[in-house]
Ligand binder design. Structure first.
Ligand code: FCB
Length: 448
């Protein structure tokens, strides 16, 4: 029998993604200002093994080589983020021309190589100066973000068409301000809720500004979404799944499409939501051209309100294929998520702006890095993507996370997500077997 071929639509966007703080290094070079991640990683005890992004993949100095690697991979798109404090060291006001030049040169070179740039404006490296004023908890940050979005889209908008305002506002707000595992390392639910609202408001205010500077812009926002499965049929587990969905998914999806904040969550948060002002929800629900989804795994919701002994036996059990992040490999969750974004939320187009897996990689004696588990992870997620497209969901592109191994936030360099292996001692880049396989997928516009 013929092997099954998953042919993708003509013009499907094949990319890979990175983020400034995770790859650039050069944390204080050429006039760059300090970011909350510089501050956080320099604070003892915040990042595993005391790792920092001071050097990371030294992409700031290796960018040409890295762009050549992207070309060699055959990608037709590259998603990267701009480091806000590299261009506006204090977050607003005086501009660092050297920083702007860096991104401008990168865009020129990408276009020369016929690789479409997808720019993320905010992938978590807030200027520390703005954090000193309260960061995302302060409403004043919104004006600063709009100023920054205006600067970047005015400077690059003649060449860059694709814009992502924010990467994963849930993570910025809740992991940064409620759980304390990311910069700025706070643990206060009220702060997280305010941060979350100001992030969404920044998005809503920035979209029209980008459109003005770049009339044929393709603008959207990227969310981390994870479908919630109740661990059992118990009422308590079902409620836990509904709550989890409200917390991570609906709290962002609903306001973006004009449904306002989900009522069950508003009831739960109560007075904590006092920072929402008249008109804000209207601003937040500005039409977008697409939504970006970062999908890694599903969540199995188990109620903590009753004891394990009292609760119904689990009927949904985590699969035994687990990545180095301790995330279950669950490709069907991507299919489910894509369908929901279109059929329930009506987004006009969807990009998978991140998907990938961390596994332990080793450079073999022959200098090769064989990573069959990552290859298989990506392959099965692409199959589910194809399945969604066949069901009528307008998925326009797929960006693997990540182009290369990099600084994985609180985990430092201990987790490798790259298609390209990075030796942090020598900065040598090596294509893993998953990269070579992805090269063929792109070449054939198909997975077989
Ligand atoms: C996402 C982030 C990205 C990377 C992956 C593994 O939440 O957007 O920067 O760290 O997780």
């Amino acid at each position: 029998m013929d092997k099954k071929l998953f042919q993708f639509p003509k013009g499907f966007v094949w990319g890979a993604a990175t983020a400034s703080y995770q790859i650039e290094g050069a944390w204080n070079e050429d006039g760059k200002g300090e970011s909350i991640w510089d501050r956080f990683s320099h604070t003892p005890g915040c990042v595993q093994d005391g790792d920092t992004g001071d050097i990371a993949c030294d992409h700031y100095h290796h960018w040409e080589e890295d762009l050549d690697a992207i070309k060699k991979l055959g990608l037709n798109a590259y998603r990267f983020s701009v480091a806000w404090p590299r261009v506006l060291p204090s977050g607003r006001g005086s501009i660092n021309e050297a920083g702007l030049d860096f991104y401008s040169k990168m865009v020129d070179r990408l276009l020369k190589l016929e690789i479409e740039p997808y720019i993320t404006l905010y992938h978590w490296d807030l200027p520390q100066k703005l954090q000193d004023e309260g960061g995302w908890t302060s409403r004043a940050v919104v004006d600063a973000f709009v100023e920054y979005a205006d600067l970047i889209s005015r400077t690059l908008g003649d060449r860059v068409k694709n814009w992502i305002t924010l990467n994963e506002p849930w993570v910025s707000a809740f992991i940064g301000y409620e759980h304390g595992r990311h910069a700025p390392g706070h643990t206060d639910l009220h702060e997280a809720l305010a941060a979350s609202h100001h992030l969404l408001l920044s998005h809503g205010r920035a979209v029209p500004v980008i459109r003005q500077n770049c009339p044929d812009a393709n603008v959207g926002i990227t969310l981390n979404l994870s479908p919630q499965f109740p661990a059992s049929q118990s009422v308590a587990d079902r409620a836990a799944a509904t709550w989890g969905d409200g917390y991570v998914n609906r709290f962002f999806l609903d306001p973006l499409v004009g449904r306002g904040y989900p009522q069950d969550m508003v009831n739960d948060y109560g007075d904590e939501m006092a920072f929402v002002q008249t008109g804000d929800l209207n601003t937040i629900s500005v039409p977008v051209d697409f939504v970006g989804v970062n999908y890694y795994t599903r969540t199995i919701a188990r109620s903590e309100k009753i004891s394990e002994a009292e609760n119904a036996p689990r009927t949904v059990i985590r699969g035994d294929e687990i990545t180095e992040m301790d995330w279950e490999v669950y490709p069907e969750g991507l299919y489910k998520t894509l369908g929901r974004l279109y059929f329930d939320y009506d987004f006009p187009a969807i990009y998978i702006t991140e998907n990938g897996a961390a596994f332990v990689d080793q450079v073999g004696a022959d200098g090769e890095v064989d990573d069959p588990a990552r290859l298989s992870y990506i392959k099965r997620h692409l199959e589910q993507t194809h399945r969604a497209i066949e069901s009528g969901v307008p998925v326009k592109g797929y960006f693997a996370w990540s182009l290369m191994d990099n600084f994985e936030w609180g985990f430092g360099y201990s987790k490798r997500f790259g298609l390209i292996h990075v030796d942090y001692e020598t900065q040598k880049r090596t294509f893993k077997s998953s990269a070579k396989w992805y090269q063929q997928v792109i070449d054939q516009n198909a997975v077989d």
